[in-house]
Design a protein around this ligand. Structure first.
Ligand SMILES: C=CC1=C(C)c2cc3[nH]c(cc4nc(cc5[nH]c(cc1n2)c(C)c5CCC(=O)O)C(CCC(=O)O)=C4C)c(C)c3C=C
Ligand SMILES: [Fe+2]
Ligand SMILES: [Fe+2]
Length: 330
């Protein structure tokens, strides 16, 4: 019985131009799991203000972070999928690994077509989000079934809900921070910045905040011997509703007033660098910190294509596909 593995991240525009950004944002922000205000009202705001204005503002930002091979989120995703495939092959684990994006390309539909053509009857879905949120992880689960709504014959699915507790994920993050400090020296403060979420989602039972806090505690435990204080904050607020706080920007702007002038920022909720880390944190937040009197701002990169992270992901995949019973094909 053939097994397929789909590693799925959020998605990113096909090019750093306004037209491609508009197409991507339109698909992303039309997902009712992402923006939960009444759909008739949201359609007016999305088509009347967000889609006409935001792409032009984002285009120069995407251009600044674009790599030779494409958008960083996609480039690192491809490297991760290739690395996981190599590790499974080396260990004689028979599975086909593909990368997909929830919005844009390579699409989830393309991934399922590829796995169906390869004859995969079991599919493991791995959202590339360590912490569960309905707006990121659940929408991938839902889309998986939606894309098979017309199917007369379906594969078996397994869904990985989250992996914030995975030792290989936490250990690699902690050892990267330690290695960074060994090469560059320690800061006065380490700030863990997670992507934000509307406060309402958490009040309604989304476990995202709790997952982020558990991740932060596990990193604090691993880095306790270093003597660097650790704070937690939430970035990338979108829209006017109240989002989880404190906001990364406000924390960074307040540090110099409290005599914290050397800060390192790590974004443990992103497994790959992207617009939110390379532009919002490394450029915008760095500038705001300096304008508030900060002296040294350093951004510690995401796990990206780190070999230890690729091994951790391959291990997670192996754990999930081991012991998956052969379906009765009689
Ligand atoms: C890591 C987890 C993420 C959560 C949780 C999340 C929630 C969330 N995001 C938006 C709106 C936007 N996010 C945007 C970019 C973006 N978001 C994530 C991850 C999470 N989002 C990533 C990895 C990226 C980067 C994509 C890239 O191309 O590099 C954007 C687009 C950029 C912008 O316009 O600022 C928006 C919009 C909402 C509303 C939300 C929860 C409700
Ligand atoms: Fe986001
Ligand atoms: Fe952002």
């Amino acid at each position: 019985m053939k097994t397929g593995v789909v590693l799925i991240n959020l998605g990113t525009p096909a090019s750093p131009k306004a037209g491609a950004i508009r197409a991507y944002l339109s698909e992303f922000l039309s997902d009712p799991r992402v923006v939960e205000i009444p759909s008739a009202l949201w359609k007016v705001i999305l088509n009347g203000a967000v889609l006409p204005l935001r792409p032009a503002k984002l285009a120069p930002k995407y251009k600044q972070i674009w790599m030779e091979e494409g958008s960083p989120l996609l480039v690192y995703g491809k490297r991760l999928a290739r690395g996981v495939q190599e590790q499974l092959d080396q260990n004689q684990v028979q599975a086909t690994v593909v990368l997909a994006m929830r919005y844009g390309e390579p699409s989830m539909q393309q991934a399922f077509d590829q796995l169906r053509e390869a004859g995969c009857e079991r599919i493991l879905i791995v959202p590339l989000y360590p912490q569960f949120a309905a707006s990121t992880t659940a929408t991938i689960f839902e889309r998986t079934l939606q894309l098979h709504r017309q199917a007369r014959d379906m594969p078996e699915f397994r869904f990985v809900k989250r992996f914030h507790h995975l030792p290989g994920y936490l250990d690699t993050l902690a050892s990267n921070v330690r290695a960074y400090w060994q090469s560059h020296g320690k800061p006065q403060q380490l700030l863990l910045s997670f992507h934000g979420l509307p406060q309402r989602s958490v009040d309604q039972g989304d476990p995202y905040l709790s997952d982020c806090m558990k991740t932060a505690e596990a990193l604090q435990t691993r880095l306790a011997g270093e003597g660097v204080p650790i704070d937690i904050a939430f970035q990338s607020r979108f829209g006017r509703a109240q989002w989880l706080g404190p906001s990364t920007l406000s924390v960074l702007q307040a540090y110099p007033g409290d005599n914290v002038r050397h800060v390192d920022v790590l974004c443990p909720g992103f497994v790959a660098d992207c617009l939110e880390t390379l532009e919002e944190i490394s450029i915008e937040c760095a500038r705001a910190f300096s304008q508030a009197g900060g002296e040294q701002f350093r951004y510690i990169p995401c796990l990206n294509d780190d070999p230890a992270w690729i091994s951790a992901m391959a291990g997670l995949v192996r754990q999930h596909i081991a012991g998956w019973p052969e379906p009765n094909t009689d």
